[in-house]
Structure formats: structure tokens, C-alpha cells
Design a binder for this molecule. Structure first.
Ligand SMILES: NC(=O)c1ccc[n+]([C@@H]2O[C@H](COP(=O)([O-])OP(=O)(O)OC[C@H]3O[C@@H](n4cnc5c(N)ncnc54)[C@H](O)[C@@H]3O)[C@@H](O)[C@H]2O)c1
Ligand SMILES: O=c1ccn([C@@H]2O[C@H](COP(=O)(O)OP(=O)(O)O[C@H]3O[C@H](CO)[C@@H](O)[C@H](O)[C@H]3O)[C@@H](O)[C@H]2O)c(=O)[nH]1
Length: 459
């Protein structure tokens, strides 16, 4: 099928950057990203590019070049579906918060709504691409919805999971390790492969069956998250034995079979994907009665929860077993650097633990707003909104956060934290001045020399 018009349903962290890069690399294609969230679409259309709803290095430049040329943002979902030969579904697939599978399974209601919408309004044959991360065999359900419209239209379903990481979305999209396309129709697979081949080398475009493609996405995230939990497990052992986790990570990472990436011990992984996708994998394994498989992967989450709890417990214990009424400065709220995304950020859980102990938390993050921080805390439902407001303050300048603080907790590895005048920060704080570096970002010798009581992960 010749592709001229593409529609992407879902203008989020995946839909926006992915389509912007496809548009940039395929000036001959017309791409419309649609969303039911009118505010989000308005933000994508905002003349001031600093107001785009998503912060990603390099994204604004690509949107500047393509928006209004061959990339469009709209709330008119039906027209965009109708006018396109290829439709990407890139909507959210969060963990279910109700009913069967609550807290474990992926909630597919948004995906199903998209499929029903496509079935309802399509008047010509379509290729429907699963871009969202989905449980293995979801394509079967989508196929069933689309093929039962009775209007004689042909639909081909492809699975094309996205592997970009936030903070590096644009470079990941421009230089993907691989593009994965799963499907049943060779013609449909090749139509999508052609879109990517504008910039991705042929050898990096993998074709598989539908189920392998769907399962590969969950598996990739499970393996990545497992590495973080593995090194974090070792970090606790390092703290008990005098070994240094950075040295251990370096030593094992030089083994080419292990590799050096993704071995940074931390306060725990966050982000919208790792936990959700592993819980989903565990749920699927249990649904096939594969209990050992399920238990094995669930341990990755258990370890991560332990690491977050361990961080706040250590902070409280070190501050003489109480943080009640003490000012704790938090540097960073995003789940990693170079993004404004805070979903499942370790900072949320650490702040929640500290608020339970009546700490006063002062938060600085270069890209996250006060409103977002309060929304994240309120979402936990641990205390009232007024109590959260009372326990937390937001500062637009890092120095305001540390003034008279008892301790600093580094939650995100923003580069700017390394460049601060730490002597000046020390001077502003109560003494002894503590740092709990949840990202092993700072130099211990330097911090010790200034006079800080410096604690990091696994050292
Ligand atoms: N965030 C990432 O880094 C990342 C990376 C790879 C894969 N994924 C996967 O991609 C999918 C999307 O993730 P995201 O982070 O972009 O989510 P997101 O929440 O940022 O964006 C999803 C968008 O879909 C819209 N939407 C929901 N239902 C809709 C409907 N029926 N019609 C039109 N719009 C609708 C929402 O309003 C929202 O703006 C998820 O399955 C996720 O697991 C995410
Ligand atoms: O050595 C490491 C590496 C990562 N992290 C943390 O792990 C989390 C996830 O980081 P990362 O994977 O870089 O970001 P995501 O945007 O969540 O990307 C993951 O999830 C996406 C959504 O599915 C996938 O597309 C990506 O391939 C996958 O890396 C963050 O909190 C990181 O700080 C560590 O603590 N130590």
C-alpha cells in the first residue's frame, strides 16, 4: 500500500517525538498527531516552542522545522483517521487501578477505544500500527474489533514498539539500535519499513511475527530494569562490606559479555515504563500459571521498592533518627535528567516517606513545576492536599532550597548539580551539613574536604 498520510493517535512522550522525527526524515509524508486532550494539542501548536508539552533536548528544533509543513497537531481524531493510510496507536497503557488485574495488568481501555474509533470511522483500507507497549497477543483483540465492523474494509495490524528513552528521545529516534516490526502481512510490514528506511539502515530494521514483537518490548524493559535492580542489590552489600559499587560496576562492566551500560547504582529506577511493563509481564506469566517465571521478574520490582525505602530510612537514621521539623532540600524531582517527566520518580516516594516523618521538604528541579510536584504527592493519597502543601515548598533557585537545610537529597542526576558552588551551599546550611547522593553524582573527596557529611549509594 502506498503511504502518503499518517495519523498518530496520542500526542504524548512517544507520539510527539516519534512522529516529529518521522516527519523530518520523510518530507513527502503528511503526518497528523491527534489527541483528545485539547490542552496538550494547544501546547504542541504553541507559537513559543519553549511551551511544548514535552521537554526533550533537540525536539523543539525538529518541531520548528516540520510543524505546519508536513507535521500537524489536531483534536479532530476522526478526520485524521479517515485521511490516513497508516494509523499509529500511541496512547497510554497504564497499570490497571481497578477490577481484575488491578495493580498488575496493563489497562487497555484507551487502546480499545482507539480500535473502536478506527473501526467506526474508517472508509478505506488501513494499516494499524501498535506503537504503545502492549501485552503479548493484544493484536488479536485489536484485529477482532477491526475485522468485525462488517463494512468490508481491510485492516492490517503491525506491532512496532518504541524503544526510545526519555531525555535522549531525539537521538534515540535518529539512531535507533533497531526498529522492530511484527506483523502477518509482508506488504504491510514493508510499507512501514519504507517509512523508517529514510534514515535507519536496512540491517537495523527487524521483521518478526506479531507476538515476538509485542513480547520483545516487555522483555527489553524487564532486562534493563533488572540490571538496575541487580546493581542496586550489590550496592547494599557494598555498604555493609566496604566495597565501592562504582568500582564493582566498572570491574564487571569491562567484561564484554556483561557490558558497561545501565550499571549506575541509584535511589531506584522510575519512569512510566519499567514498573508498569514488568508488572504486566508478571501478570501475563501468572495468567499462564508460570509462577516461577512471575516470581523471578517480580523480584526486580521488590528490589526497587526496597532501594527507595532504604534511601529514606538511611537519611532519617543518619539525622539522629528524626527529621521532624527539619528542612530537607531535594535536588531533582524528574525520574531522570533531561526530562520534565516525573512518572514513578523515586523522588515522589522518598518525599512521601519523609513527609510521614514530618520533615519540611524544599524542592528544586530545573524542569518540573510546583503544580506537578503537588499533583504527584496528592496522587499517592497518603495525606490531604493541604497537608502536602504544608510539608513541601518549591523553589525556583537551588540556593533557596538549601538555606538553613539540615540535609540535601540528590534525587535526579541533572548536570547542573555538579557545577554548583558546593562551598557556598555548605555555608548556607545547618551544621553538620549532610548530603545523601541518590545518584552518586558528586565527588566524595571534594565533599568531605568542604566539610559535608556525604553519603552516597553503595560506597
Ligand atoms: N514514555 C516513554 O518513554 C515510552 C517509551 C516507549 C514506549 N512507551 C509506551 O508508549 C505508550 C504511550 O506512552 P506515552 O509516554 O507517550 O504516554 P502519554 O500519557 O504521554 O501520552 C498518551 C496520550 O494519548 C492520549 N489518548 C489517550 N486515549 C486517547 C484516545 N482514545 N484518542 C486520542 N488520544 C488519546 C492521551 O490524552 C495522552 O496525551 C505507552 O504504551 C508506553 O508504555 C512509552
Ligand atoms: O544505570 C542506570 C540506568 C537507569 N537508571 C534509572 O532507570 C530509570 C529508567 O531510565 P531509562 O531507561 O534511561 O529511561 P526511560 O525513559 O524509562 O526508558 C526506558 O523505558 C522506555 C519505555 O518503555 C523504553 O523505551 C526505553 O528503551 C527504556 O530505557 C530512570 O529512573 C533512571 O534514572 C538507573 O538508576 N541506573
Amino acid at each position: 500500500m502506498e503511504i502518503k498520510n499518517i495519523c498518530c493517535i496520542g500526542a504524548g512522550y512517544v507520539g510527539g517525538p516519534t512522529m516529529a522525527v518521522i516527519a523530518k526524515k520523510n518530507p513527502h509524508l503528511n503526518i497528523t498527531i491527534v489527541d483528545i486532550n485539547a490542552d496538550r494539542i494547544a501546547a504542541w501548536n504553541h507559537p513559543d516552542l519553549s511551551k511544548l508539552p514535552i521537554y526533550e533536548p533537540g525536539l523543539a528544533d525538529i518541531v520548528k522545522d516540520t510543524r505546519g509543513e508536513n507535521l500537524f497537531f489536531s483534536t479532530d481524531v476522526d478526520s485524521a483517521i479517515n485521511n490516513s493510510e497508516m494509523i499509529f496507536i500511541s496512547v497510554n497503557t497504564p497499570t490497571k487501578t481497578y477490577g481484575k488485574g488491578k495493580g498488575m495488568a496493563a489497562d487497555l481501555k484507551y487502546v480499545e477505544l482507539c480500535a473502536r474509533n478506527i473501526a467506526k470511522v474508517a472508509k478505506t483500507d488501513k494499516i494499524v500500527v501498535e506503537k504503545s507497549t502492549l501485552p503479548v497477543r493484544t493484536a488479536e483483540a485489536i484485529k477482532s474489533i477491526l475485522h468485525n465492523t462488517g463494512n468490508g474494509i481491510n485492516f492490517h495490524i503491525l506491532s512496532n514498539p518504541e524503544f526510545l528513552a526519555e531525555g535522549t528521545a531525539v537521538t534515540d529516534l535518529l539512531n535507533p539500535d533497531r526498529v522492530l516490526i511484527g506483523g502477518e502481512s509482508e506488504e504491510a510490514i514493508e510499507s512501514l519499513a519504507k517509512v523508517y528506511s529514510s534514515w535507519v539502515p536496512e540491517n537495523n530494521i527487524l521483521r518478526t511475527n506479531l507476538w515476538s514483537s509485542e513480547l520483545s518490548k516487555l522483555t527489553a524493559n524487564a532486562f534493563l530494569a533488572q540490571r538496575v535492580s541487580s546493581i542496586n542489590a550489590i550496592s547494599e552489600l557494598c555498604e555493609s562490606t566496604g566495597a565501592n559499587v562504582n568500582e564493582v560496576a566498572r570491574a564487571i562492566g569491562m567484561d564484554s559479555r556483561i557490558g558497561s551500560k545501565f550499571l549506575n547504582a541509584s535511589v531506584g529506577f522510575g519512569g512510566s515504563c519499567f514498573q508498569k511493563d514488568i508488572l504486566n509481564l508478571v501478570y501475563i506469566a501468572r495468567s499462564y500459571s508460570l509462577n516461577e517465571v512471575a516470581d523471578y521478574w517480580e523480584q526486580v520490582i521488590i528490589m526497587n521498592d526496597h532501594q527507595k525505602r532504604r534511601f529514606s530510612d538511611r537519611l532519617i537514621k543518619t539525622l539522629y533518627n528524626t527529621v521532624s521539623g527539619k528542612k530537607i532540600a531535594m535536588f531533582g524531582w524528574a525520574f531522570k535528567k533531561d526530562t520534565n517527566d516525573t512518572r514513578e520518580s523515586a523522588a515522589i516516594y522518598v518525599a512521601d516517606h519523609l513527609l510521614n516523618e514530618q520533615a519540611n521538604i524544599s524542592i528544586y528541579d530545573p524542569k518540573v513545576s510546583e503544580e506537578r510536584i503537588l499533583t504527584d504527592l496528592n496522587y499517592l493519597n497518603t495525606r490531604t492536599e493541604a497537608e502536602n502543601r504544608n510539608g513541601v515548598s518549591y523553589t525556583a533557585l537551588p540556593l533557596d532550597a538549601v538555606k538553613d537545610a539540615h540535609a540535601i537529597a540528590i534525587m535526579t542526576e541533572w548536570d547542573e548539580f555538579k557545577a554548583y558552588d558546593w562551598q557556598d551551599i555548605y555555608n548556607q546550611m545547618q551544621k553538620p551539613a549532610f548530603i545523601f547522593d541518590g545518584r552518586n553524582l558528586l565527588n566524595k573527596q571534594k565533599m568531605d574536604a568542604i566539610g559535608f557529611e556525604y553519603y552516597s549509594i553503595g560506597q
